[in-house]
Design a protein around this ligand. Sequence first.
Ligand SMILES: NC(=O)c1ccc[n+]([C@@H]2O[C@H](COP(=O)([O-])OP(=O)(O)OC[C@H]3O[C@@H](n4cnc5c(N)ncnc54)[C@H](O)[C@@H]3O)[C@@H](O)[C@H]2O)c1
Length: 350
Amino acid sequence: MQINSSVRDYSVRETEDLPSAVAGLVGNCRVFALVDGFFTGSEAFKSIDAGRCLFVEANEKAKSFERLGEVYGWLLENGFRRDCVLLVAGGGVLQDVGCFVASTLMRGVRWVFIPTTLLAQCDSCIGSKSSINFGRFKNQIGTFYPPDEIILSDSILLTLPTDEVRSGMGEVIKLHLIAGGDRWQWFEAQAAGRDPKDTPLREVVRSSLEIKKPFVEEDEFDRGKRNLLNYGHTFGHAYESLSDFAIPHGIAVSLGVLTATHLSFQKGWVGEAHYMDLQRLLRPFYEPFDKIVRNLSVDGIVDAMKLDKKASGGRLACILTRGPGAMEKVELESPNEARHLLGEFMNTLS
Ligand SMILES: NC(=O)c1ccc[n+]([C@@H]2O[C@H](COP(=O)([O-])OP(=O)(O)OC[C@H]3O[C@@H](n4cnc5c(N)ncnc54)[C@H](O)[C@@H]3O)[C@@H](O)[C@H]2O)c1
């Protein structure tokens, strides 16, 4: 699949044979690799010299400065130079770590990304940002630094646990709602009545990247239109951090999308039928994590929303909807308004 851009090349390369694609890269240049610990011993990365391959356990701690220091140290001690390539293979955690390191080491080095989760394949791999945690502040430090090449493999997704598939589907659903029209209708037809793990992943990945592409082309640095891709994220990030990351990122996004839709309903922007339809469609992708959200304190959610990057001057901001294809950034009048709207939403969770 070619996703081209006149501004920057957002193409992704699909491969049926990942081990050969990795071996080809290793044969061409000096490669150092950061690979998700899940793939320790995997055939796919066998061609990389053991001394130049660091397996990293994918969790939020990996996105701390302490752990980043270990990665810089390993690369420098083992002879990484400006003409080397950093190969990063994993989900969003490895992407955040790898992208941040690639963008800062020696003021920026070449990097290649092999996304191994649905979430990273369908959404975060193009227009890559890095997001690093600082204490309790999640994703508050980072850079924009897209990879030089992205290699997609279907087969790498086969080992994903069901919750990780459901998590990726959260971003897929968000993107198709943002697109609206035929895209949303197509997605509804794919998802309705199907077990989430039976969704045709190759097709949803392609469609999602096609939706995302114009947003990152037009607004690479997330100062305008790209903000809309944060639909569901103000609430999702709050749920994720308040649950101490027990809720996977994309599942928190599904619940955040549901929240934003209910707030839009309360403001009279969408009908109740749209909210109910969406809740029916989303339920298989988020249950039973809604129980965790139902038990969170509304005050805690509002406090967490204050840390969102869209909040400014003490005002809480989020993306609401007037229906599929019609998202808008809004500022809530006050924390009290947010508390009231969220309280009403919580009552709808079973
Ligand atoms: N940089 C960005 O633009 C961006 C965008 C969205 C989310 N994120 C971040 O990404 C993180 C979530 O990423 P994620 O959902 O992709 O997952 P992840 O990187 O957190 O990985 C989830 C789990 O899946 C395992 N795993 C990865 N690939 C696998 C495979 N093919 N088979 C079996 N197990 C596999 C990992 O080892 C881990 O246990 C969060 O930290 C979030 O903040 C970053």
